[in-house]
Design a binder for this molecule. Structure first.
Ligand SMILES: Cc1cc2nc3c(=O)[nH]c(=O)nc-3n(C[C@H](O)[C@H](O)[C@H](O)COP(=O)(O)OP(=O)(O)OC[C@H]3O[C@@H](n4cnc5c(N)ncnc54)[C@H](O)[C@@H]3O)c2cc1C
Length: 337
């Protein structure tokens, strides 16, 4: 663990954008994670844990703090009666974990195949796709509290998962070191999602977790930009969760708007639908950045784009949605620094 100063962060993100970290540390052991936390305290700088940078937008000015790339990458499978407990280091790539579980024939995360990022990022964001959510399989996470250096175990009951949020997102001083997932040994395919039902109807094999993960990756390859060609961070905005009455008013104004029941009597509405059908914003561009043609929740950035270009496009989209629908949309991607 050797702190480096002025390290450009763009190569550590999927947008390939942003300035430098005042201090950058990569930690591959628990001791190094603790030492990195101590380094931030000693320098009186804020600590920014970083996974694979697939959900962050680094400011052009960079990050005035200690960026800690968590590199714990161990993975253990523990037989636990009817289940398997998979314990993975926070720095392991999420899709590798999906592959490990699928190779063992255990179920629970195969629908989350192909999502970029690390195990730590998956817990922070409570990733979700194709009818599955990280929170469904989460058992506990071991963290280090960066200001005290103390270890904590955050159990499922305290993890406060919600739509793209968690305890870890709201308690930023907890650096996740390891996560335990409870996976099923018995077959539990979750094929209700429309794209999967369609694949099933086309007789694509969907029996084993490996088959399901393969099918999901193929579906995703059609929907998301190719990482090697253009920068993105997946969905830039969240689907809005609004009062049911507001959703009913919008449904009357925009027939066909997909509305889903949410907790506490609220409703979740499809922002992609609003951007496409109500505002005709698919492919909308400002300079080198645009809303992706196949999925307008995704902002894609051409080479040479800056964080300020993305921010300008996002602000324009936010303003147009507010004017048309009265909804103040939220960003899923976090501005870093
Ligand atoms: C093409 C594409 C498709 C995507 N599709 C989906 C999708 O289908 N569903 C979905 O939910 N998301 C999706 N995403 C978003 C992204 O992949 C996830 O949010 C991912 O979990 C982020 O992980 P990361 O390691 O890259 O986190 P980062 O972007 O590095 O960090 C995200 C946040 O987590 C914090 N963090 C990271 N590691 C730790 C740690 N060890 N301890 C404490 N905090 C930490 C960071 O400080 C930051 O706040 C997509 C992104 C892309 C680029």
């Amino acid at each position: 663990m050797s702190p480096r100063e002025g390290v450009p962060l763009a190569p550590f993100t999927t947008f390939h954008i942003g300035g430098s970290a005042r201090v950058f540390i990569e930690a591959t052991t628990e001791e190094e994670v603790r030492a990195a936390c101590g380094e931030a305290t000693r320098r009186a700088l804020p600590l920014y844990p970083l996974g694979a940078g697939s959900n962050v937008l680094v400011r052009d000015e960079g990050v005035e703090g200690v960026v800690l790339k968590v590199g714990l990458r161990d993975c253990t499978l523990i037989d636990d009666g009817g289940d398997t407990l998979l314990v993975a280091g926070a720095g392991l790539l999420w899709d590798e974990v999906v592959d490990r579980a699928a190779a063992q024939g255990i179920f629970g995360i195969e629908n989350l195949a192909g999502i970029p990022g690390t195990v730590g990022g998956a817990a922070v964001q409570n990733i979700g796709a194709y009818g599955a959510e990280f929170s469904n399989v989460f058992s506990y996470a071991d963290t280090i509290e960066s200001t005290t250096g103390e270890h904590a175990r955050i159990e499922r009951a305290d993890a406060a998962f919600g739509y793209r949020t968690s305890f870890f997102k709201t308690h930023r001083t907890h650096v996740i070191e390891r996560v335990a997932l409870r996976l099923a040994k018995t077959a539990q395919p979750n094929l209700a999602y429309a794209d999967l039902a369609r694949a099933q109807a086309e007789s694509i094999p969907l029996t084993t977790p490996q088959e399901i993960a393969r099918a999901i990756r193929a579906i995703r390859a059609e929907k998301f930009p190719h990482a090697a060609e253009e920068g993105s961070a997946g969905s830039f905005f969240k689907n809005p969760v609004i009062p049911r009455e507001h959703a009913a008013m919008l449904s009357a104004r925009y027939p066909g708007l997909p509305v889903f029941p949410h907790e506490d009597g609220a409703a979740k509405v499809s922002l992609a639908w609003i951007l496409d059908h109500a505002l005709s914003l698919k492919g909308f561009s400002l300079g080198p950045v645009r809303l992706y043609e196949k999925q307008p929740l995704v902002i894609v950035a051409r080479e040479g784009a800056r964080a300020q270009d993305i921010d300008a496009l996002a602000r324009e989209v936010e303003a147009r949605v507010r004017r048309a629908t009265g909804i103040a949309i939220e960003r899923e991607v976090e501005t870093f620094g």
